[in-house]
Design a protein around this ligand. Structure first.
Ligand SMILES: [Zn+2]
Length: 469
């Protein structure tokens, strides 16, 4: 008798709290039974010898974001979600950028149109606040939060994007009254501009100068300020892409004062250093992202943060630009000075294999911690839990089956994004997701794409009153 659409049999399941052997019965896109010896699946997947984990959620991904001045992002929703899927993800959260003098709703409608019918994973959106008008704070954001757009991103850096402290306070205040979550990119723009002017005056314009104009102090000060502003408004805050121990200390100190802070770090701060920005023929541009990668000591500090709980989220900050392309890293202006090189690197597909291989297989973290950092905490932070981010009765059947015996070298040629390089080229990886299930539907089976564009859909996110983190 057929009881299930799909049964995943014989695998080792891990959630953010437990590891156990069981079968999973899936019906109508949901997990309906977890137990031993489940039979009666219209389709059965043998997962013996494999890990059965919640599909990854990458809550920090940039796709089809307007990047100004002839620069074009390398991924649209099709290539970005396809790449995410092959990296073991079932949900990603890209950013909708409000354009100046235009309503947020207009940007959002356009963004929905780009995503509709083109996704291989589910998607949910963050809203970037870039035109901080009274009507945005008074009417638009509260209405949007109620409609399921319950996280706002603010930038303390980037010309045209940065908000001043007063504007950040207003954004935090809207979050407090609506239950939305605010993500803050912490770098001191005025200090960066000062250092850029000094470097350019000295003729130091190569990609490496990107790192020296954004030193740790720039990030540490802004992190402290963002946490102070959140403390004044009395609202939780997410500090994104933390790159070093000094910014981590600010998070720890804020928590000791009772401030609710969610901390995020990314693969580039574990695997890259500022030395990667040196490189022949402008190749350092491949590693230009903000905050910049630091040094070996900072990598170890970030690992410590992953192990000890300073970090709740491990995200890619996938922000892809092609390297050998006039619309990307080698844009005509970008070749004049590091200042014009588009900021951001690809990584949505390699995020989880890197954390699995370097973290779990090397004994730094256990599987439940891996699941928390890669899926569960993202769902909890952004209002998608418990439908997303865990393996439990009633949850969406979003599952990644990992083979811990696979050994692979990262090669961009094997990846599925729209960029033309990977910053992680050549890194040896143990363990890879071989089968990915989205809402009960097989999307990747034994490494081959079997799902189709449009199988992934938009998911709204609840505001904080029903959240659990
Ligand atoms: Zn980002």
């Amino acid at each position: 008798m057929t009881k299930f659409d799909l049964v995943v049999k014989g695998g080792t399941i891990a959630t953010a709290s437990d590891i156990f052997k069981a079968d999973i019965g899936i019906l109508d896109g949901k997990i309906v039974q977890i137990g031993e010896q489940l039979d009666g699946g219209a389709q059965t997947i043998d997962a013996s010898g494999k890990y059965v984990l919640p599909g990854g959620i990458d809550s920090h991904v940039h796709i089809s974001q307007p990047s100004g001045d002839g620069i074009v992002m390398a991924d649209d929703f099709e290539s970005g979600t396809r790449s995410a899927l092959f990296g073991g993800n079932t949900t990603i959260m890209p950013f909708c950028l409000q354009e100046k003098d235009r309503p947020m709703r207009e940007a959002l409608n356009a963004y929905h149109e780009l995503a509709e019918g083109n996704c291989y994973t589910d998607v949910s959106f963050h809203l970037i606040v870039s035109d901080p008008t009274d009507s945005l704070f008074g009417q638009e954001l509260p209405a949007l939060a109620a409609d399921g757009y319950s996280s706002f991103k603010v930038f303390m850096t980037y010309e045209g994007l940065r908000l001043n402290d007063a504007e950040i306070l207003k954004t935090l205040d809207v979050a407090r009254s609506t239950g939305a979550t605010v993500m803050v990119h912490c770098e001191n723009e005025d200090a960066i501009r000062f250092l850029i002017a000094r470097h350019e005056a000295e003729g130091d314009v190569a990609p490496r100068a990107h790192a020296s104009t954004r030193p740790v102090a720039v990030e540490r000060e802004a992190t402290h300020r963002a946490l102070t502003l959140a403390e004044i408004v009395d609202v939780p805050v997410v500090i994104v892409h933390v790159s070093n121990g000094e910014a981590m200390e600010e998070i720890a100190r804020a928590r000791s004062r009772g401030i609710k802070v969610v901390g995020e770090t990314c693969p580039q701060y574990l695997m890259l250093t500022a030395d990667d920005l040196d490189g022949m023929d402008w190749e350092g541009a491949k590693f230009v992202c903000s905050p910049p990668p630091r040094d070996k000591a900072a990598q170890e500090e970030c690992w410590r943060g992953i192990e000890t709980g300073i970090f709740d989220l491990f995200s890619s900050d996938h922000c892809p630009f092609r390297y050998d392309d006039e619309r990307g890293k080698r844009s005509p202006k970008g070749l004049e000075s590091f200042r014009h090189i588009p900021n951001g690197i690809p990584g949505v597909e390699t995020r989880l294999p890197i954390l699995f291989s370097e973290g779990v297989m090397k004994g730094r973290i256990d599987l439940p911690r891996f699941v928390a950092l890669s899926a569960t905490n993202h769902a909890k932070t952004y209002g998608l839990y418990p439908e997303k981010g865990t393996i439990s009765i009633g949850a969406d059947a979003d599952i990644a089956i990992w083979d811990p015996t696979i050994k692979r070298t990262i090669r961009h040629a094997d990846l599925h994004d729209g960029a033309d390089y990977s910053p992680y080229e050549g890194i040896e990886i143990t363990g890879w997701p071989t089968t990915v299930i989205l809402g009960g539907r097989l999307m990747v089976r034994d490494g081959a794409l079997v799902g189709k564009k449009g199988d992934g859909t938009y998911r709204s996110a609840r505001a904080k009153s029903t959240k659990t983190i």
